[in-house]
Each structure stands twice: as C-alpha cells, then as structure tokens.
Design a protein around this ligand. Sequence first.
Ligand code: ADE
Ligand code: ZN
Length: 324
Amino acid sequence: SDVDRLIRELPKVELHVHLEGAMRPAILLELAEKHDVATVPRSLDGVREWYEFRDFPHFIEVYLTSMQTLRDEADFALLTADVAARLAAQRVSYAELHVSLYAHLMRGIPAQVVFDGIEHARREAEREHGIQLRWIPDFPGDYGVETGEQTLEAVLKEGPPSVVGFGVGSVEVSRAPFADLFARARAAGLRSLPHAGENGGPERITEALDLLRAERIGHGIDCVREPALVDRLRATGVPLDVCPTSNVCTGAVERIEDHPLPRMLRDGLTVSVNSDDPPMFGTDLENEYRVAYGLGMEAAELATLARNGVTASYLDEPGKRSLI
Ligand code: ADE
Ligand code: ZN
C-alpha cells in the first residue's frame, strides 16, 4: 500500500533499541549452541514461547537470561553485525543502541571485551551498509546506585568515542539516588538518557528532568497522567522515545488501541517511534510505524515522527540536515 511504501522510504533513525534485546532467535540459538548455555531454550518454538511475557519483571528476567549467551568478543561482534544489518535493511541510517553494560560486568565479562566486539562490528557495518551506530551504556536501576557507579567507571575508562550517552533501565525505581552519578556522566560529556515513566508513573519523569537533567526520556508515556508535566515537556521540547508494541508486550499499556502515542504527538510533544527489543516483541522499526498508522495517525504524522527522531538524535548537524 501507499503507507507501506511511505514507511519503507522514510529516512529513519532508531533512538531506542537495546543491543541485547535485539538478538534474533537464530542468533540466540547459535550462541547457546556455541557455549552450551543451559538456561535458555534451544529450539525456535522454545524461544517463541519464552518470549511470552507475564508482566514487566518477567520480561526483564528473560532479557537478562538471554544475555548469558554473550561471552566473548566475537559474540558481541556477531550480535552487533546482525542488528546493524536488520536496521540497514529498514533504511535506518543512524541508530543509538542501549548496551546493558552492567549486566555483562556482573557476569565477569570485562568492559573491554564488550566494547572491542561492538566497536569492531560498528566500523564494519558503517563500511558495509553506510549505517552509523552510537552507544548508550546503561545499568539496571533496581540493582542500586553502586552498579551505576561501576558502569560509569567502566565507560569512562574503556568507552570509545562512539558512546554518546549514559542510561538507566530495567524495573523502574526512583531516579533520585542517581543524581550525582548522572551529574558525573554529564560532566564527562555524556548525554543523560534515562528510561522514565514507562510504567513507574509521571514522578519518575519529573525526577529524570529535575535530578538527572534528562536530555531525552526513554518511553515517558506515563506523562499523559499529569497534564502539567505534558505542558512542561512541550515547553522544554525534551524528546521522548516511544515504543508502542513494547508497551503492550510488557504490560505497560493494556491494549494497543489505548496507546497514548497519537495524543502525545497532537499535544505537541517531540515524540519519536522506536522498537526497544524488537525480536522479543515480534516487531521491528518499520512495524512500529505501521502500528502508529493503525492507531489512526496520518501519513504526515508518520513523517513527523521520523523527523522528530532525527531532531532528537545525536547525529551531527550535516547528518541531520541530510535526513530532514
Ligand atoms: N531493558 C530492555 N528493555 C527495557 C525496557 N523496555 N525498559 C527498561 N529496561 C529495558
Ligand atoms: Zn528500553
């Protein structure tokens, strides 16, 4: 259809996708075989069943377990190469990927192994597909501030220049304890890119803005519960990375018809559309645009979503101009 063609041809960026959550079942199975990982399913049907999430904590549990297949530099490179190829095939020319760095550190995998693997594949993908990848290392907020400190320390010591920001994710807890941590990250030139208001309520977004000086909000859909917060987000123009299918799969939104994305755009918020953990949610970026269309958004609004993604990205100015 015309809309499919529009979606296909829109110059797109992806601002909210987790590297590890973008692992296709085929890669999961290959790596599980390679390392004989007993904690993950070993068949395609098994993986599909495993990806039916009871609730948000269950999703996070599966997400963390799937990472046990990532052990050496080649594994990280293989995953990154596959994710980059999938993005490039959707006409995505630039992507910022969250990397669950702490989840690897806590398993005894040195930051250097992670960065060497993903950097090798990043350079290769840029040569092969012309796609630019940037990194947002993050830590699970519910594991406490010390895990965030270890993560930031590893980023500052070992992180390559392609790291653009610092994030916090997992089960949503108060962002207040992370104020100093994010201040240090910002002082080091990293953007403050927390998840907030995915399912933790509007207060988490206010904390992210006031205490973490968030420059973009991961999800942020709970802002619609507080009109004054919507006004503030509109007035300040702080962008929100919205991931519709993810929100239904994790139970953050009950039914896709209830998703606030159209309302957020029409309320003047700088929202983009993103895939979060695409194979885990049976989606990809193009499908998220189709979902937005299914929510009643018009072609011009889909183009606005794509343009907002470019605006909200950390692509350089000439790069942005070439996409808008
Ligand atoms: N890690 C991977 N996906 C996530 C999500 N949707 N929210 C928080 N942490 C995540
Ligand atoms: Zn996310």
